[in-house]
Design a protein around this ligand. Structure first.
Ligand SMILES: [Zn+2]
Length: 80
């Protein structure tokens, strides 16, 4: 019984783990909606820097990341 339950929590499309009640994993579900999801290729991500109250640009040369915060605490990070 537990063997079959274990089988059901993998996505039938990509074989990755998924939520038990969903038919597909999140990535495949978005793909069927026409939304491309390529998280590993994405070089831009959003940040919510609640701990950092500033506006402007910051270049982290060690991590090669450019932080852009047009409004306090909310901005984007670009992997350089
Ligand atoms: Zn999938």
């Amino acid at each position: 019984m537990s063997y079959f339950l274990k089988d059901e929590i993998t996505c039938p499309n990509c074989k990755k783990p998924k939520a038990p009640l969903n038919s597909l994993c999140g990535t495949c579900f978005l793909a069927t909606m026409g939304i491309p999801t390529e998280p590993k290729k994405s070089r831009v991500s959003f940040i919510l820097a609640w701990y950092d109250f500033w506006v402007g640009f910051y270049l982290d040369t060690n991590k090669r990341k450019l932080y852009i915060l047009p409004i306090p605490c909310v901005g984007i990070v670009i992997q350089l």
